[in-house]
Design a protein around this ligand. Structure first.
Ligand code: THU
Length: 130
């Protein structure tokens, strides 16, 4: 049992709601607050392709719009043997709102890997640069 099991389960469940009719690549994300509340998101694609929003950003924007500002972990679930790390745009947004949190990657068959944001995004541009 890992402390991330509930987060992975939530990301696995919301992945089923992915609107991924162009790529057929369904992604689920789940974000945890220090109080243990979980916010989820799936990727939402668009016919223009470029307006697609990734699962991680959907989860973060849902949580932020509900007033949450502190997070302690995020999970990303796909149905792939090679685990899926957040894209570059999502790394910027995760850093902005979550900082150096654990990023839990998982697939549907129990494979997991946990990385920290400072590994995935070692030299960020953020408000400390302004
Ligand atoms: N995608 C995510 O939702 N999160 C990631 O971490 C990687 C990519 C989505 C975007 C698009 O809908 C599909 O996966 C293929 O790129």
């Amino acid at each position: 049992m890992s402390e991330y099991n509930a987060l992975i389960a939530a990301a696995t469940k919301v992945r089923e709601n992915a609107h991924a009719k162009f790529s057929n690549f369904k992604v689920g994300a789940a974000l945890r607050t220090p109080g243990g509340k979980i916010y989820t998101g799936c990727n939402v694609e668009n016919a223009t392709y470029g307006l697609t929003v990734c699962a991680e950003r959907v989860a973060i924007f849902k949580a932020v719009s509900e007033g949450e500002r502190r997070f302690d972990a995020i999970a990303v679930v796909t149905d792939t043997d090679k685990l899926t790390p957040p894209c570059g745009a999502c790394r910027q947004i995760i850093w902005e709102f979550c900082g150096d949190v654990p990023v839990v990657l998982a697939n549907l068959h129990g494979k997991t890997e946990t990385l920290r944001m400072n590994q995935l995004f070692p030299k960020p541009f953020d408000s400390s640069n302004l």
